[in-house]
Ligand binder design. Structure first.
Ligand code: PLP
Length: 400
């Protein structure tokens, strides 16, 4: 019998519609075990295991020392927004200016601002699946309905226009793409992206393009930003990006969006009444990162590449694991359904529980990202720990 108690606080329908994912319970359990001193190999982290590059951290310290500790423009200081615009202009030949850019407290905030500015009650937003966990909840929070377009694992989960078209209705308001994708690592093909841009533009839909992991692309895969088509489709394309992963700056909370100035103005209005500007200190550090030589970023990239090259074949040698060679990001998304039906494992959650209990290895259940046949393994951890984790997984699964 289920006993339901009357909630003590009367919460809004808006917030009741949002779930703290129950699947993250396994990650919380892993953290509890680690806090008790248990040696858990943690494949959960969604953030780089490297420190922020010293030159960037120094710029933050200098900002404090020179008293750059006051409010800035609520949408970010002009030199930072200009540096972001110039970086795109240099790489893609765009003609972006300050007014095309907003900087905020993480890419997550800019996604949220943009979604709040574009999605009305009843609007449908198409999201290729598997997807990053916050997309559907942000759409729902805005009153919209997320509609999932399943990507094909036999095509490396790379999203295709046909899959998006198949779920479109007259209520469709826009599409959210994430490339390279968290959790699958899939990088959308340039030709497919071009077709999706045209398709959205012809239907007056928005296209949010989240390229948070743009720098981490391997083995000949090529990342192209949707900004490439911005001049021809300024009302359609919104690019969201972040300092978090590229520059190992997750805790500094600095991300940005690039879009039509009218939309950037709307996002700025929302931001001005919520958090105002992102931390002035983080803005100073981000400016240094964008103006710097990126040698530290390349060093991190090489480490991810080496780990990935070791880890994918090692996982595939474990009988029952089926792991694609992902194009990018720092995640693997292996299929584990061969283990279902054994030792109480019935889905991605119970598989993750099994690994935590029997192998002391933490992975994230795929159901959090829309697929119950998979788990997410982050290789943002040292090669030594990766090798230890694989040894433990192999030993635990052999006993099944
Ligand atoms: C796909 C994707 N987009 C956006 C973000 C937001 O990053 P931040 O808010 O740290 O800039 C993340 C973070 O995990 C992510 O994985």
């Amino acid at each position: 019998m289920t006993i339901t108690t009357k909630p003590e606080i009367r919460l809004t329908r808006r917030v009741m519609g949002i779930e703290i994912s129950p699947t993250l319970a396994v990650m919380n359990r892993a953290q509890d075990l680690m806090a008790q001193g248990v040696d858990v190999v943690d494949f959960g982290p969604g953030e780089p295991d490297f420190p922020t590059p010293p030159s960037v951290a120094e710029a933050g310290k200098r900002a404090i020392d020179r008293g750059f500790t006051k409010y800035t423009n609520a949408s970010g200081m002009k030199p930072l927004r200009d540096a972001i615009a110039e970086r795109y202009n240099r790489r893609y030949g765009t003609k972006l200016t300050t007014d095309h850019v907003i900087a905020g407290t993480g890419g997550k905030q800019e996604l949220f601002n943009i979604i709040l500015a574009l999605v009305d009650q009843g609007d449908e937003v198409i999201i290729p699946s598997p997807y990053w966990v916050s997309f559907p909840d942000q759409v729902q929070f805005a009153g919209g309905t997320p509609v999932f377009a399943p990507s094909d694992p036999s095509r490396q989960f790379r999203p295709r226009l046909a899959e998006i078209e198949a779920v479109a209705t007259e209520r469709t308001r826009g599409v959210i793409l994430n490339s390279p994708c968290n959790p699958t690592g899939a990088v959308i093909a340039e030709s497919e992206l071009a077709a999706i841009v045209e398709w959205c533009s012809a239907r007056d839909l928005f296209l949010i393009f989240d390229e948070t992991y743009e720098f981490f692309v391997y083995d000949g895969a090529r990342h192209v930003s949707a900004i490439k088509w911005f001049e021809g489709h300024p009302e359609t394309i919104i690019v969201v990006n972040s300092m978090s992963k590229t520059f190992a700056m997750t805790g500094w909370r600095l991300g940005f969006a690039v879009a039509h100035p009218e939309l950037i103005g709307a996002a700025g209005k929302i931001q001005s009444h919520s958090t105002s500007n992102p931390s002035s200190i983080s803005q100073a550090a981000a400016l240094e990162a964008l103006r710097g030589d990126e040698s530290e970023v390349r060093r991190m990239f090489e480490a991810y590449r080496e780990r990935r090259a070791w880890l994918v074949p090692a996982l595939n040698r474990i009988k029952g694991f089926c792991c694609l060679d992902p194009d990018g990001a720092f995640y693997l998304f292996p299929e584990v359904k061969a283990f279902f039906g054994k030792a109480g494992i019935v889905d991605s959650q119970s598989f993750a529980d099994f690994l935590l209990d029997r192998a002391r290895v933490a992975v994230v259940p795929g159901i959090a990202f829309g697929s119950d046949d998979h788990v997410r393994i982050s290789y943002a951890t040292s090669l030594e720990r990766i090798k230890e984790g694989v040894k433990r997984i192999d030993a635990a699964l052999r006993k099944l």
